[in-house]
Design a protein around this ligand. Structure first.
Ligand code: F0G
Length: 454
């Protein structure tokens, strides 16, 4: 394959800070061995998340200057609304300050005790907002999506057979909504096929259940469909995206991913009555419906970002850069979730550091080793994030021990990625020398953010 280059040149730069190994040892020790507690300036390559970390384009920055800050009826809102409507086709576009704010609104209206929401896989904040309303959130991920090294084109798909059986058993009247997360972040950034979206939509229609898209990474998913699903080779990513959205009744969106901005989101709904209720709640929680918790300039940047993310030269480079990283690491034998997804590499820490039992958090050991070795920050998704205790205080491990290296959009170049691969391979070569961690302090909820370890 001919080399695929970054489809941009750089107009504004941010310097990286270099630290020495002894400095990083000291920094990590002072941060109680928790990468969330170190200062970002002490990180060389920050792969903690792809959310809100995009580099904006010159046109987005120009939009920041022309943003209309009127409280009501801002021109920037109308520009944003036009672009969001063009892509999604939904009648009501409601801006929010980020994705979880849209989730909070819709699930506090539709949720409540005795209700069940279903999904291919709910992202943590989505699940959190559903459970906070008193309702339950259940995942119906296809079986092949659960096997890390199994190669399949659409490992984010819904298990439609299990979904329909559950609906019959639970009763559609108890299920206010089915959510398809594209791409499936928690399952490795894996895409969902158009066929699976169509089948899920048909089931929802048959039983009268609302169907929504968690659209954070819709453009990456649409490009996977173009590349992997028969019949879509010659369709534009815009047309594929429009078809995806046309199958559903609405969406929640974190613009911090595929709208290429540092803050923003929206809720989009066809049903006018539900939209009106959402706007009323928006007014008391986020702001007036023509700004929804954002500045006018943010709406302008979001509108421009939504246009730019559909550029297929950009998407080709985006997905190729993740795949390139996966190929390099696989060639060196590094274990990870395969095929690589759209926004991140998920290293399999259990296979990487088999000498460390789950109770000693191999994911933390690996993430910390990458920091110590090369100043790289990833995030553990394993026993620290999701582990629980049984009644005897013994550790209950989640099914996988992963380290996610999420790639910010348009931020790092191929040489940064080559450097990251070099460090990972170096750590892999020395893998026998690493040992585990134990927790010395933890908070009752979301302990990974603040835990102390040694
Ligand atoms: N849905 C998905 C699939 C997500 O990945 C996220 C955020 C959200 C909803 C919530 O959006 O952050 O704007 O409130 N994911 C980030 C991540 C935090 O690092 O994967 P938000």
């Amino acid at each position: 394959m001919a080399i695929i280059i970054e489809p941009f040149r750089i107009k504004s730069v941010e310097p990286l800070t270099f630290t020495t190994r002894p400095q990083r040892e000291q920094i990590l020790k002072e941060a109680k061995n928790n990468l969330f507690l170190i200062k970002a300036e002490h990180v060389l390559i920050d792969l903690l998340t792809d959310s809100g970390t995009s580099a904006m384009s010159a046109k987005q920055w120009a939009g920041i200057m022309v943003g209309d800050e009127s409280y009501a009826g801002s021109q920037s809102f109308y520009r944003f609304q036009e672009v969001a409507k063009k892509i999604t086709g939904y009648k009501n576009i409601i801006p929010t300050h980020q994705g979880r704010a849209a989730e909070k609104i819709i699930f506090s209206i539709l949720g409540g005790k005795g209700k069940t929401f279903v999904s291919n896989t709910f992202f943590d904040t989505t699940r959190g907002n559903i459970e906070y309303s008193g309702a339950e959130a259940l995942d119906f991920l296809t079986e092949e999506g659960k096997i890390p090294q199994h190669i399949a084109p659409f490992k984010g798909n819904m298990d439609t057979v299990a979904l329909e059986a559950f609906i019959k058993n639970r009763g559609a009247e108890n299920i206010p909504m089915c959510v398809m997360t594209i791409t499936n972040n928690s399952g490795g950034g894996q895409p969902v096929s158009m066929q699976n979206l169509r089948e899920t939509a048909a089931i929802c229609r048959k039983y009268g259940i609302r169907f929504f898209i968690d659209a954070c990474r819709f453009a990456e998913n649409a490009y996977f469909i173009k590349k992997r699903e028969k019949g879509f080779e010659n369709k534009s990513v815009l047309a594929i995206s429009q078809e995806i959205f046309s199958l559903a009744d609405g969406c929640t969106m974190s613009a911090k991913k595929d709208a290429l901005v540092n803050i923003g989101g929206f809720l989009a709904i066809n049903d006018d009555a539900l939209a009106l209720e959402s706007k009323n709640l928006l007014i008391i929680t986020e702001g007036f419906p023509t700004y929804g918790g954002l500045a006018g300039r943010d709406l302008e940047a979001m509108a421009q970002g939504l246009e730019e993310v559909l550029d297929e030269e950009y998407l080709k480079y985006r997905l190729r850069s993740i795949e390139y990283m996966g190929e390099k690491l696989s060639a060196a034998g590094v274990p990870m979730i395969l095929p690589t997804g759209g926004h991140a590499i998920y290293l399999d820490a259990k296979a990487f550091l088999p000498q460390i039992p789950a109770s000693e958090m191999p994911g933390v050991a690996l993430a910390n080793a990458l920091y110590l070795e090369g100043g790289i920050r990833g995030v553990e998704i394993g026993s620290l994030m999701f582990g629980k205790y049984d009644e005897n205080g013994d550790h209950i491990a989640p099914p996988m021990e992963l380290v996610r290296l999420a790639i910010p959009r348009r931020v790092y170049t191929q040489s940064h990625i080559d450097y990251v691969c070099e460090i990972i391979i170096e750590v892999f070569r020395k893998r026998e020398q690493y040992s585990g961690y134990k927790i010395t302090y933890e908070s009752p909820l979301l302990r990974h953010f603040t835990a102390h370890l040694e």
